[in-house]
Design a protein around this ligand. Structure first.
Ligand SMILES: Cc1ncc(COP(=O)(O)O)c(C=O)c1O
Length: 379
């Protein structure tokens, strides 16, 4: 089947469309099959029309736009002069980990979590310390007692995924307050990856909005790249609000700013200022797609288990009921559907029956993917 019949995206050249042969439906990488916000496209066009494509100098417009967005959306007053540009969230995380850890130091995360977290920790030769999320009813929640034990045990840095990819959990203000107090008590730096935050449909709490304990301990990394679907533009930022953390991060090379794309920086400005209605419409579309996905799964994959979701477009699906080994491999080979394997999200094999499925696409594509999976798993 020609993927074009599900929306004209196969002419895109990003990773999503080039990794697999044309007969495979790409439901894996976190890119959305939606058109980029018109204001962002205009901003890019304006820069190119004026041949304004040089090195990245001061771009105070980003901090100004994010300040207004964060205040309006989350009642979070940032310190705009403390927002520093970075190439992307991954690069920001690695540079931060590099100055906060020595080889062999422990960095805490909570599986299941975005697979690059493991690679970032490995890149700086630190060690992964995992306190897995706990499944309570249909919610994957933080294990605060486990986190305290890990802090006591000498964890240096806590890499927090807030909201959590792949389960779509928005950690509560209460949980995050407890984490901030513990981090302050045990001298742990919290690196809060909030890239998915604008895609939340329940109240989201920014870590640094939680007051002194969070500000003593926290650095937030984010970008408009995920929520506004412009990952190829290569621009992100990190932000702090306390002199203690600022002192710890002083060794980050200034060149990080220069390594950020000028187009990406101005796209971030446009995202947080002129493209907020586009974001709200997109979050609504994602919720509608989620309801559609849940309905399709209930009809065609009755043994699949889904969980509560509060944010983003990446769905964590438990296919253990089908008792298929290496399920993502079978789905790719036999159903011609690409998903992210569950095991990519944990240090060991505990999620081999899970997949991560991207619903930011047309309903036709979702329906076709579920039908193909159903044909293979249900027979
Ligand atoms: C939690 C999280 N952080 C970071 C990224 C990647 O961000 P960047 O492309 O800016 O490195 C992703 C991508 O899906 C993500 O889910």
């Amino acid at each position: 089947m020609n993927p074009d019949s599900f929306g004209n995206f196969a002419n895109r050249s990003s990773s999503k469309w080039r990794r697999f042969p044309e007969d495979v439906l790409p439901m894996h990488v976190a890119e959305m099959d939606f058109d980029v916000a018109p204001a962002i496209r205009d901003r890019i066009k304006d820069l190119t029309d004026r041949s304004d494509l040089g090195y990245t100098g001061p771009v105070p417009e980003v901090a100004k736009a994010f300040e207004a967005f964060a205040l309006e959306r989350w009642s979070w007053q940032i310190a705009p002069e403390q927002l520093k540009l970075a190439t992307d969230v991954g690069v920001a995380a690695v540079e931060i980990l590099r100055v906060l850890t020595k080889p062999g130091d422990k960095v805490l995360l909570n599986s299941p979590v975005y697979s690059s977290f493991y690679h970032w920790i490995e890149e700086v030769h630190a060690e992964v310390s995992d306190v897995p999320l706990v499944l309570k009813g249909d919610d994957w929640v933080l294990d605060i007692a486990g986190i305290e034990s890990a802090f006591k045990d000498g964890v240096k840095v806590y890499l927090l995924c807030s909201p959590q990819n792949p389960v779509g959990r928005v950690h509560t203000a209460k949980e995050l307050t407890e984490i901030a107090e513990l981090a302050d008590r045990y001298g742990v730096t919290v690196v809060s990856d909030e890239i998915h935050a604008p895609l939340s449909w329940v109240p989201f709490t920014p870590y640094l909005a939680l007051g002194p304990a969070a500000q003593h301990t926290g650095v937030t990394i984010s970008s408009s790249s995920k929520a506004w679907n412009v990952a190829g533009l290569k621009a992100a930022f990190y932000i702090t609000q306390g002199p203690e953390v600022q002192a710890r991060l002083r060794a980050i090379p200034e060149a990080l700013h220069w390594r950020t794309s000028l187009i990406g920086a101005f796209a971030m400005e446009s995202a947080y200022s002129d493209s907020v209605q586009w974001l709200d419409d997109t979050v609504e579309q994602i919720q509608e797609n989620l309801a559609f996905f849940q309905h399709e799964v209930a009809q065609k994959l009755p043994k699949a288990k889904l969980f509560n979701m509060e944010s983003t477009y990446l769905v964590w699906v438990d296919l253990a009921g089908y008792k298929v080994d290496k399920v993502q491999h079978v789905l790719l080979q036999q159903a011609k559907v690409a998903v992210v394997p569950g095991n990519d999200h944990a240090p060991e094999d505990q999620y081999s029956n899970f997949i991560r499925f991207n619903i930011a696409t047309s309903k036709a594509r979702i329906s076709e993917a579920i039908s193909r999976i159903s044909k293979v798993l249900e027979g």
